[in-house]
Design a protein around this ligand. Structure first.
Ligand SMILES: [Mn+2]
Length: 333
């Protein structure tokens, strides 16, 4: 839970601000986008000028959350554009679902250069303490639920659109309530969001029953590489650049694919290695045991949570694969 005094400090920042820039981490997931939409909606209702900004494109299956397209840095505008046009005279920055510089890419470089108040709303354990005020609770299952808590504290009206966005945040960060993070607090908060207009059945169809055929073919390619180690407790799989070209799937379409192998009873932890167009390897790590995969991610400059973490590794694929198999040995062999 967040100290109420901190909510008061966050309010002070918001009340004195005229134009607020809201952003989130690179490769935004459901929690990132849901939290961003939620806080933007509420601030707009309060009469604030709000300028959202994304640091990577939104995966197609989250598009339904956005009424208007949100500009993407390095795609729709350059860093130098952030001092002019719609982004001129910003006097407060809000970061949701992120408190770490590497996760902010080019925006992080700007952030450290300029003296501007920053409000952080986040639930990650890894923190660079980027905020003037930080609403941070690593026990929260999703940042979206911290946004919901902040709205509730202020008794700000919760629209159906906002409730839907925050429900998506909670539902996706808990693997549709399957992870151990889905505790009674999550269900209670989500019940409130449903009462406010979120429709779980509709959201489920939009998120999980709307795959492209290309994504399905990509899943097959990934499963074809699946290998188990250490008495079948560690699962590793990979996707090459060619797999994306051949199937026509987009890079964003790997989200949640790693979880498939956790349906195997013996599997306690897993890695999915994805070869990027520039030759780097993106490693996603998952655990469904006490094994803390963020420890492994951090060794390579990455980060995340105990049960879900990520990092970049040097290529080629075979080298990255051997490195990961070796890293998990200490935990599972
Ligand atoms: Mn999150």
């Amino acid at each position: 839970m967040i100290d109420e005094a901190l909510f008061g400090q966050a309010n002070a920042l918001i009340h004195t601000a005229n134009k607020i820039l809201v952003t989130t981490h690179v490769k935004p997931d459901g929690d990132a986008i849901g939290s961003l939409v939620g806080i933007c909606n509420v601030l707009t209702q309060l009469g604030k000028q709000v300028v959202p900004l994304l640091l990577s494109p939104v995966p197609q299956w989250y598009q339904f959350l956005l009424d208007d397209a949100v500009p993407v840095l390095k795609h729709d505008l350059e860093c130098s554009d952030l001092r002019q046009g719609a982004y001129a005279d910003v006097d407060l920055i809000i970061l949701v679902d992120v408190n770490s510089l590497p996760q902010l890419s080019h925006f992080g470089e700007l952030l450290v250069k300029h003296e501007m108040p920053v409000l952080v709303i986040d639930h990650h354990a890894t923190a660079d303490h980027l905020g003037t005020v930080e609403l941070v609770d690593p026990d929260a299952a999703a940042t979206g639920l911290l946004v919901a808590e902040y709205i509730r504290y202020n008794r700000w009206p919760l629209s159906a659109k906002t409730a839907e966005a925050l429900f998506v945040a909670a539902a996706t960060d808990t693997g549709w309530f399957q992870f151990s993070s889905a505790n009674s607090r999550v269900y209670r908060d989500c019940a409130d969001l449903i009462d406010a207009g979120a429709n779980p059945n509709e959201i489920y169809e939009k998120l999980f029953q709307d795959f492209s055929f290309a994504k399905f073919k990509l899943t097959l390619a990934m499963l074809d590489t699946l290998e188990l180690f250490y008495h079948d407790q560690f699962a590793i799989q990979h996707l090459s650049h060619q797999d994306f070209e051949r199937t026509g799937a987009a890079y964003e379409e790997t989200e949640n694919l790693i979880n498939e192998c956790h349906r195997i009873g013996s599997v306690k932890a897993s890695a999915l290695l994805v070869e990027l167009p520039d030759g780097r390897i993106r490693g996603s790590l998952r655990s469904k045991s006490d094994l803390d995969v963020s420890l492994i991610a951090r060794k390579f400059g990455g980060g995340g949570h105990k049960k879900a973490a990520g990092t970049f590794l040097d290529g080629p694929m075979e080298k990255a694969r051997k490195t990961m198999i070796e890293e998990f040995k200490a935990f599972l062999a």
